[in-house]
Design a protein around this ligand. Structure first.
Ligand code: ADA
Length: 556
């Protein structure tokens, strides 16, 4: 399932879920060296879920045959390939993409009737071509981890529509930024027909103005809010004038809400909110990073059961299906670009800026319309304590602001008094682990963090405790309550929540972390028991630890 709603009624599309031929490739072998495929693996899926590839870090070929009944242009849509994809169609190279966590697409023109071969070479190795996927305190899986679809398109297609809801008195306006792609030098003329809530509209596509804004005013709609997550379908159609035939369409879902940061607080539709939630990796003991819809629901239902209202997509953009679910369930989302704990040296990797810029673009362009996303975050615990790092933080925050002025920006800092970038963001966020990594008192530390924020460019800005928590090895119980027991994890989380829930200047708290997750053996096995980050309040199978009930008692 690619989305929680029908993305097209007119444009024909086929999701390529299923068993694909699979063959691991040698260190330097190429697709043309392929002899045969000895395996069949599910797509979407991680190859680590297959017994033979539980620890495989390398490259591999996935192959799928597709039948085309009549000549067409094909729009290939990939929602996530981990972490690098080289795509071939009928043996010819089509496109490449780096990064597991952002979607990409490509048009293959004039595909004839008959059987065709789609091959995706997937590579999850840590090489000098990868500045963001590196050995880390989470796992870079291998595979086509999110859905793939092919779409039949004509000469004109709706490529992307960004929708900005703007309150206007008692009603709402909707500013559309429409991007239409013209594939051939067509002679026909077209117009765009649209429908949202109680209004229809038309825009003439004269002189092929293919990127334009269109304002719809006076919409009488119910707002999207965490308690009443009302969604509306925006339907756009491209109509050929000479015969009124609809040649393409595009459907998305819109929530009418706005996000502000005033008086040191965060507001949704003018109402102050306090975010209470979890940092969540897309990681599960059985499916790795490739979540079927039912397990996405499971995670959010558990969070709802605990009384959480927010989730941070630590540390990368999430599967759009998960964001659709957050839209429907009224979760508030801090979505962030892909980076975790990169030193200045790593930020100076020759590909870092280009790869971050690409992820930021793909994240914002593709996820812009989700009302559940109320904050964009960047560069978790990177070198924002250095002048050179600051330049890159500033560059990325400016890039995202240029793409989206409607959401506040932040980043999670662990640099305490040495932080140099709080003046660049709308919300100041702290990763602090009092009682775990330090013996500090959570209440005193939070007060001190507020002072750091005020002194370092964050005065008057909302403050989020973006990470706090402790290891708790599932099933390790002991009256000693030593660090690593579930008892100690519970005590530490309780002490943090008791402190933060009382502080009026704290607008959000995200426990690190929702579920235990796999980490890379390289660099991390010594500091992570079982080569796992065990700070989940459930284990990687979603079995609750002692802390689950304590948090629930406080939040629900
Ligand atoms: C950091 C980091 C998390 C995780 C956490 C921990 O704050 O942002 O990804 O590694 O530490 O478990 O120590």
């Amino acid at each position: 399932m690619i989305r929680l709603f029908q993305n097209h009624h007119v444009r024909k599309y086929q999701e390529l879920d299923g068993l694909w031929d699979f063959q691991p490739l040698g260190e330097n072998s190429k697709v043309e060296d392929m002899e045969g495929y000895d395996y069949q693996l599910p797509v979407p899926g991680c190859w680590e879920s297959h017994p033979s590839f539980a620890n495989y870090r390398g490259n591999a070929a996935y192959r799928k045959k597709v039948i085309i009944k009549n000549k067409t242009h094909l729009h290939l849509v990939c929602k996530g390939v981990s972490h690098t994809a080289d795509i071939y169609f009928d043996g010819s190279f089509v496109t490449s993409h780096y990064n597991a966590y952002t979607p990409f697409s490509h048009v293959i023109k004039n595909v004839t009737e008959g059987e065709h071969e789609l091959i995706i070479i997937v590579d999850n190795r840590f090489t000098d071509q990868s500045s963001l996927h590196i050995p880390n305190d989470y796992y870079t899986y291998g595979g086509i981890i999110r859905p793939v679809a092919i779409e039949w398109i004509g000469d004109v297609m709706v490529n992307q529509v960004k929708s900005l809801a703007i309150k206007s008195g008692e009603s709402w306006n909707l500013e559309l930024e429409v991007d239409i792609t013209l594939l051939e030098d067509v002679q026909d003329s077209y117009y765009l027909k649209g429908k949202i809530a109680n209004q229809t509209f038309e825009v003439d596509l004269k002189d092929k103005n293919l990127k334009f804004n269109h304002l719809i005013e006076g919409l009488k709609v119910s707002e999207w809010s965490p308690d009443a997550p009302q969604l509306y379908e925006l339907e756009l159609q491209i109509v050929r004038k000479r015969d009124e035939v609809v040649v393409d369409d595009y459907i998305d879902r819109i929530g009418f809400r706005d996000v502000t940061t005033k008086n040191g607080k965060i507001q949704v539709n003018g109402e102050d909110v306090v975010l209470k939630g979890f940092n969540r990796h897309e990681d599960h003991a059985i499916v790795g990073a490739s979540f079927p819809f039912s397990l996405m629901v499971k995670d959010l239902e558990l969070m709802k059961d605990i009384g959480a209202n927010a989730v941070r997509t630590s540390h990368y953009p999430n599967d759009e299906l998960f964001l659709d679910l957050c839209d429907e369930m009224g979760f508030l989302v801090w979505e962030e670009n892909h980076a975790r704990g990169l030193s200045l040296e790593r930020m100076q990797h020759p590909l870092f800026r280009k790869q971050c810029e690409q992820v930021n673009q793909e994240m914002v362009e593709n996820h812009y319309n989700h009302p559940s996303i109320i904050i964009w975050g960047i560069l978790n615990e990177c070198a924002s304590n250095t002048e050179q790092g600051r330049k890159m933080y500033q560059e990325q925050l400016e890039q995202i602001r240029a793409l989206d002025t409607s959401r506040p920006l932040t980043f999670a800092s662990h640099h305490r008094a040495a932080e140099l970038c709080f003046d660049l963001v709308d919300i100041v966020s702290f990763n602090l682990y009092p009682q775990w990594y330090t013996d500090e008192d959570p209440s005193e530390l939070a007060d001190q963090a507020r002072k750091w924020a005020d002194q370092l460019g964050g005065k008057g800005k909302p403050m989020i405790m973006s990470e706090f928590g402790a290891d708790g090895l599932y099933g390790y119980r002991s009256p000693t309550a030593v660090k690593g027991t579930e008892e100690r994890q519970t005590m530490i989380i309780e002490a943090n929540l008791d402190a933060y829930m009382k502080k009026d200047y704290i607008s959000g708290m995200f426990i690190w972390q929702f579920a235990d997750c796999r980490v890379t053996e390289e660099d991390w096995f010594m500091t992570r028991a079982g080569t796992q980050n065990n700070k989940g309040i459930v284990n990687s199978y979603r079995q609750p630890k002692l802390s689950y009930q304590i948090i629930k008692n406080k939040w629900s």
